[in-house]
Ligand binder design. Sequence first.
Ligand code: PEP
Ligand code: MG
Length: 328
Amino acid sequence: LAERIDAEAGKPAQTRDGHAITLLINAGLSAQSEEFLASDAKGIGLYRTEIPFMLRDRFPSESEQIALYKRIFKAQPNAEVTLRTLDVGGDKPLPYFPIIEENPFLGWRGVRMTLDHPEIFLVQVRAMLQASIGLKNLQIMLPMVTSVSEVIEAKRLIGQAFHEVSEEAKLQGNTLYQPRVGIMLEVPSVLYQLPQLAKLVDFFSVGSNDLTQYLLAVDRNNPRVAELFTSYHPAVLSALNSIAKQCRAMGVPVTVCGEFAGEPGGALLLMAMGFTKLSMSAHNLRKIKWVMRNIVLTDAQAVLEHALQADTHLQVLESTNFYLESRG
Ligand code: PEP
Ligand code: MG
């Protein structure tokens, strides 16, 4: 099987019946991604900037961050590069910025923290913009958005940083291009405000890990409830399907960047819903491409119809696995 998967390198990412899917990678340290980018991925769908922050003993300075982000653009000067602003808190602590809370997953994480510390946010966004001078492929993504007001405030700060960096660039005879700005869909409240949010952003990206955690009220890292944590839950599938439908109707670009996109059954169901961009860990990419190249989209849609009618995640798993096995 491994050999058959390796043989997929370089082949087009499309289903048997010719539906193309854009495969992107999730990264957090540039080195790990470069070799995969060269062959199979069309860019970075999620760069988790908190990972390099977590490996240090203090906040990286603006120039340190510029150097870091430049390395990513150097590997990917043309393909899309989605840099997510700092998503600390929850299960991702910074050793030098302790956050002690009783319910960290419901607490001060993602944009909630960085909007309370605009100096941290501005330095980071400035560094992203500096690193992208002369390039047109920067996408800035906001994690853990709950409300429209957070997006408005974050965009105001991004606008301020853009103005500053753009003036500096001009003095040096360089051009800073507008980044595209998007948000993660991972807090359930946003599912009910997609039209309002769509007016403010250029793209959405579904974080199926947190969306599953918050829809099911199941801690994604707690082994005691690990069996309850599943994106195959029919309620989660229904939420994902609704996102796909609404985004298609509104014409808003949407990616799925949670782990579900890197699982064969997950990718199958997401493609059937109509998601055409999937971002995943580099080590899953070829496997998913192989799955995709062996399925027929209309069959996948039938599997999805069945899954959406199912009572339990076990029934969903049974029908997705049955179909995947039938395809080899
Ligand atoms: C997610 O929540 O699905 C996601 C991609 O972000 P993270 O795993 O970094 O929270
Ligand atoms: Mg998340």
